[in-house]
Ligand binder design. Structure first.
Ligand SMILES: [Zn+2]
Length: 315
């Protein structure tokens, strides 16, 4: 009896610790492992967790997934380590045996592309923004140094895979009776932002142009980012998948909170500069009231103000 209740306690503990590995009831083509969910017809998403870059789960913070056509599959982002890429591949293979014709990276950040090497195959083309190849070269040593443990048992320069097909403005890819439209943007959240629109379901993979719940962070240009978001408001989109945070079918409300945060950064930073404040003063004063609104505010907000300040002081 005592043993039995111990076993039950052990099982309950397991479930609490690893809810992602619970079998899904009537799982309609969903994968039990890796918490993969079908969010639209033939579109599967693994949602990232909201932890910082130094957390043990830092390789699993981005939303990643795939779209299945009649002939082949397109993967969108591969996670922040080769292990995460392999988990995505394994769970994809539980759902489809079709070739993976494209691995699309929405931008150069580690959490979206260090899993690429898991998908190396003769069938597969790696796709990204026109500037992605250069950005990967630029970041290769940094990635190797900073994320060495995430790059497999023998990390080396070839563990980081750049694109062999790049997008200048827009490009349609056919997955077999299923067209997806890739769009490359001028510098916004990063210098290599690329989105994917599935024409059949009007599902929009926004990459990190959209953050929800987790505080937006950028290494591109604040004004460029705001301009892209403004233009996106007029798109017809049924379901939005942000780079971080929950999916939404309420467009353009999906990114209203982000827009208001970025607009505050722009307005308050301009005002601080006009008042002759120094960078340190601006960092201390801007946007403190937004603290409750965003996860990881503490870790990333000051850097956002610094970025905004150095961009806007030259206006
Ligand atoms: Zn990201």
């Amino acid at each position: 009896m005592i043993n039995m209740s111990k076993n039950i306690l052990f099982l309950v503990g397991l479930v609490l610790l690893f809810p992602a590995y619970l079998p899904l009831a009537s799982a309609g083509g969903e994968s039990e492992a890796f918490n993969l969910k079908q969010v639209a017809d033939g579109i599967y998403l693994h949602s990232g967790v909201h932890v910082d870059f130094d957390h043990p789960q830092h390789a699993d913070i981005a939303n990643i997934g795939f779209i299945i056509g009649n002939d082949c599959v397109a993967v969108i982002d591969t996670g922040g380590s080769i292990a995460i890429g392999q988990e995505l591949l394994l769970s994809l293979r539980e759902i489809s045996k079709l070739p993976i014709c494209y691995v699309i990276n929405t931008h150069v950040h580690f959490d979206h592309m260090l899993g690429n090497a898991a998908f190396l195959s003769d069938d597969t083309k790696f796709v990204g923004h026109q500037k992605l190849a250069d950005a990967v070269e630029h970041n290769r040593d940094f990635f190797l140094q900073q994320f060495n443990a995430d790059l497999g048992p023998t990390p080396n320069r070839d563990s980081i895979i750049g694109p062999d097909l790049t997008v200048d403005k827009t490009m349609d890819l056919d997955l077999g009776d299923r067209i997806i439209t890739l769009t490359a943007y001028p510098t916004a959240h990063s210098g290599t932002d690329l989105t994917v629109l599935d024409q059949q379901t009007k599902t929009f993979w926004a990459g990190d142009l959209i953050f929800r719940e987790r505080i937006p962070a950028f290494d591109g240009k604040l004004l460029g980012w705001l301009a892209v978001l403004e233009a996106l408001q007029n798109e017809v989109i049924n379901l939005a998948i942000p780079g971080h945070g929950t999916i939404s079918n309420d467009w353009p409300e999906t990114f209203a909170a982000e827009m208001s945060y970025l607009t505050m950064l722009q307005d308050d930073t301009r005002q601080a500069i006009a008042e002759g404040q120094f960078l340190e003063e601006a960092v201390d004063s801007i946007g403190k009231e937004e603290k409750q609104e965003w996860l990881l505010h503490e870790q990333h907000h000051s850097r956002n103000v610094t970025k905004a300040f150095t961009e806007l002081e030259w206006e």
